[in-house]
Ligand binder design. Structure first.
Ligand SMILES: C[S@@+](CC[C@H](N)C(=O)[O-])C[C@H]1O[C@@H](n2cnc3c(N)ncnc32)[C@H](O)[C@@H]1O
Length: 615
């Protein structure tokens, strides 16, 4: 099969597998073409498709070449006109012959498109395409909200002021995040986040991956929501050593290290963080990140070590005063930065008439970018009459979730087993002798993994015996207290975790309506696709008075876990798939409207974890 057939099959997801485009290509064992070549072709052709669609239609290729599908025509035209090495096939290959027959017309239409766009050279045209400026409306109110490029200034190595004066010199500050969300790719604006210290929002296409500041660890790509847990911990001298229980790839570890260091500097104490990462491979990524961030003197990495196998009463953890828990989750809140890959397909029967040639706006920059359309197997027609293949944007993904009726039984089961594992991590953390503060977070939008786990943890034996309670909103650090999006729960969801009046049900939370509201108000949520520019995320803090040191023995909820011989655990999508592998691009499964969670079982690793021996 040629490169073009293989690329088309991948885009159409004929193998019906989940996961990112990258993983589908690089994980496909029977590819004849080089995976990197297929990947590059798909990405480049999708970027140019907004131009090539018109070029192909105006050339009438599809009317003359009945064997070419719109997608094949697009891929071939891309290579014919834009690849240095041309169409990658033998000169007598049927595809090469059919596209070559139209070379003169295609080239002429491409030149016209370039001139209409006001580009003096192909290089200038390419630059606009790469920066996402082509096809953008000039009117910011007409532009769709893009997920910003969040950049955390790593205060272990530099300061916000220094970065503003160097890496971001030439950028204009805006008070309004929305200006960043609707900015064109080349806009040099930035917004200093009002909630998280030393955090910046830049337009989504801002590319600092090759900047010295990034390669030297002075700036870190980290979604705003992902900065909440370390900040909410509000590290104080009395917190002693901090544990990050689920650390790789290390965004939160290095953030905690930065806060610990600042705290130590201020109070003349030591900064010490212990980072657990059960997966050895991921522990290597963690080590790299910790070194790059200049946190290696602060963070001691326990690579390949299961946090759940630690003994909370052991001497080595006697100084642990606070823990950050960011366990594996369904990842349903993750916004793949590049998951809105959209391919504009030429229509088979729309050779432009002379009149229509003239009506295309002189400058396609005026044309509004086609909205992403959740598609089925075939390309779909948008209201604008465009055929596109696309993955839902972050907003679409959210809508898909909301439109979803009842979660299926298998999805419910999966969330249930995830939440059992998450509760286990949380109640284990509550046993550390000197611990008085915990943050628990997920990048999930599901109650079961979020507020549900919080209520179940509060009702656990260990929480009651050791005096753990929710960190109330009024006790939270300023930027978190002022964050408006708080915990949510429907009556039905609450029923699952709240005990009935007059009944003594094991592991069920009991409290007044007022107390329930207080817990929900203490929980912090982020929602993807909003004007807040975050991914979907959840975090809650727990505190206790240090003088209450009940036994904290293993309670009923853990016994319940022990009864399952094995805890099935989903390893989920992790931050690194968003922040570290920021180039991951997803293409659509071919046969259905995408629901993020449906991708999960194939996309990540599902593991059977043996129950901990010490429990
Ligand atoms: C959501 S990711 C953590 C992301 C990380 N906190 C960050 O901000 O970069 C969860 C990680 O926890 C690890 N993990 C899951 N269970 C664990 C356990 N019991 N002990 C240690 N690590 C665990 C997983 O391998 C995975 O790398």
């Amino acid at each position: 099969m040629s490169l073009y057939y293989e690329a088309a099959a991948i885009i159409n997801n004929e193998a019906k597998v989940g996961g990112s485009l990258k993983s589908r290509i690089f994980g496909k064992k029977d590819l004849k073409s080089k995976p990197a070549q297929v990947f590059a072709l798909v990405i480049e052709a999708s970027k140019w498709s907004i131009v090539l669609k018109d070029v192909i239609e105006r050339s009438g290729v599809l009317e003359d070449e009945k064997k070419l599908t719109p997608l094949l025509a697009l891929l071939l035209t891309h290579d014919l006109l834009l690849s240095k090495s041309g169409v990658a096939a033998n000169s007598n290959h049927v595809l090469k012959l059919s596209i070559n027959r139209h070379k003169a017309r295609l080239s002429a239409e491409f030149t016209k498109a370039r001139i209409r766009g006001g580009f003096s050279s192909v290089e200038a045209f390419r630059e606009a395409i790469n920066e996402g400026n082509y096809g953008e409306s000039d009117n910011s109110s007409e532009r769709t909200l893009a997920h910003p490029r969040w950049i955390r200034v790593n205060t272990l190595k530099t300061t916000l002021e220094e970065q503003l004066a160097t890496t971001f010199a030439g950028y204009t500050k805006t008070e309004h995040l929305k200006a960043v969300l609707t900015a064109t790719g080349s806009s040099k604006i930035l917004h200093i986040d009002p909630n998280i210290p030393s955090l910046l929002a830049l337009p989504s296409k801002a590319d600092f991956a090759k900047s010295l500041a990034y390669t030297s660890g002075k700036i870190i790509f980290q979604d705003k929501a992902s900065c909440f847990p370390a900040y909410l911990l509000n590290i104080k001298p009395e917190n002693g050593t901090i544990i990050d229980a689920c650390a790789a790839p290390g965004n939160k570890t290095t953030h905690v290290a930065a806060f610990s260091y600042a705290n130590a500097q201020q109070h003349g104490s030591d900064a010490r963080v212990i980072a657990f990462e059960r997966d050895r491979k991921r522990a290597m990524a963690l080590k790299k990140m910790v070194n790059l961030a200049g946190a290696d003197n602060i963070v001691s990495i326990r690579g390949g070590q299961d946090f759940l196998s630690t003994n909370p009463s052991s001497e080595e953890f006697s100084q642990v005063g606070a823990l950050v828990l960011d366990p594996s989750c369904s990842g349903s809140g993750i916004v793949g930065r590049d998951d809105s890959l959209t391919i504009h397909l030429p229509s088979p029967s729309s050779r432009a008439t002379p009149g229509s040639r003239d009506t295309t706006s002189k400058n396609s920059k005026k044309r509004k970018r086609t909205g992403n359309v959740a598609t089925e197997n075939k390309s779909t027609s948008t209201a604008a009459g465009e055929n596109t293949i696309s993955l839902p944007s972050s907003t679409d993904a959210q809508e898909t979730e909301e439109q979803e009726e009842e979660p299926t039984d298998s999805k419910k089961d999966r969330l249930q087993s995830l939440s059992t594992f998450q509760l286990h991590i949380l109640t284990h953390a509550m046993r550390f002798r000197s611990a008085t503060k915990i943050t628990y977070s997920t990048c999930s939008i599901h109650f079961t993994e979020n507020e549900g786990v919080v209520f179940r943890a509060l009702a656990s034996d260990v929480a009651r015996k050791r005096g753990w309670r929710i960190m109330r909103r009024k006790e939270q650090v300023r930027g978190m207290k002022s964050w408006e999006r708080r915990g949510v729960a429907s009556g039905e969801e609450m029923e699952a975790v709240i005990g009935r009046e007059g009944e003594n049900e094991k592991g069920k939370w009991k409290g007044t309506e007022e107390e329930k509201k207080e817990v929900l108000d203490a929980c912090i949520r982020c929602q993807q696709g909003t004007e807040e520019g975050t991914m979907g995320f959840f975090v809650a803090g727990f505190v206790r008075d240090g003088d209450k040191d009940g036994e904290g023995g293993y309670g009923e909820e853990v016994e319940a876990i022990e009864e399952d011989k094995e805890v099935e655990e989903w390893n989920g999508f992790d931050d690194d798939e968003v922040e570290v592998e920021s180039n991951v691009v997803e293409a659509p499964p071919s046969n259905k409207v995408i629901k993020r969670d449906e991708d999960i079982p194939q996309a990540g690793k599902k593991k059977k974890r043996r129950k901990n021996s010490h429990l």
